[in-house]
Design a binder for this molecule. Sequence first.
Ligand SMILES: *Cc1c(COP(=O)(O)O)cnc(C)c1O
Length: 350
Amino acid sequence: MSRFWSPLVHTLSPYVPGEQPKRDGLIKLNTNENPYPPSPRALAAIASATERLRLYPDPHATALREAIAARTGVAPDEVFVGNGSDEVLAHTFQALLKHDAPLLFPDITYSFYPVYCRLYGVHHEVVPLDDAMQIQPADYRRPGSAILLCNPNAPTGVALPRAAIAALIAEHPDRLVIVDEAYVDFGAESAASLVKRHDNLLVIQTLSKSRALAGLRVGFAIGQRPLIDALERVKDSFNSYPLDGLAQAGAAAAIADDAWFTETRGRIIASREKLTESLTALGFDVLPSQANFVFARHPGHRGADLAAGLRERGVLVRHFQKPRIADFLRITVGTEDECSQLIALLRELL
Ligand SMILES: *Cc1c(COP(=O)(O)O)cnc(C)c1O
């Protein structure tokens, strides 16, 4: 605390990301990073972009937006890119969600959402997940100005089908519906194809998870032109060059490398299914996941104890000391080998 702080700063409660350990040799299953390297074509594109570091990057990230547009079936001017999807989300809160009626989102979801509400003064109300930890779209029939869903949801991994999102946006034509699809590539259905027909839908994705580029910081939004225009107005009042030249080059090449993407995500999906089976065999309840992590609890052990026991044995998983989910572990799907080591250690601990 300091007398120099703006009043708002005293009221903030910042997001705490998962641990990035300083020592080597730990198995990191705590921040949903991809266990495989990024596309070699992305790495080559980054290397050759170093020749242009003297210059400012393209402030509009034209080539990257074209690559994303070609893949998602929208026009390049229906794509907004940012420094990680966290930045895209932040601009969304600032540009589109400051209204009198509350923003609605689930009680159990990405814990950055309430942090942005505080930072930008966005009124919000949480809508509880049902007892099976699922989002029930009918529960959003209550006063509100906008709805924010993470699909598949984090940290549960549970997905809604595209038809449920389509029904929600059709039922609430005067509310903006934002779908955070950080994990959609691991088996859920993207709502991006609905953007053409609905002016109240904004879909947000990231290259951090399925494209293995968490360190590059690239995320994007897909929406009709007036929504993208609002995001650009905020971005251009904040930072003209949020994406550096290396990030733009690497991200565009990663998006274009379909073969690498298909191969690595296929391996992760196969490992997830195997991990789910092994955890179930050990007595865990595992929520049905369409993400690159599973959310699981053991009826005979506290989540905090299991997380601490694993940490002592060199494996990091995520544990949230929060109502309803304190006994769950969120376990990132690692390589086959990492998953087997995790299962062997849990067998010792249980
Ligand atoms: C990882 C994640 C993001 C943010 O990803 P960036 O690395 O900032 O692109 C956004 N939403 C959810 C739900 C996430 O899990």
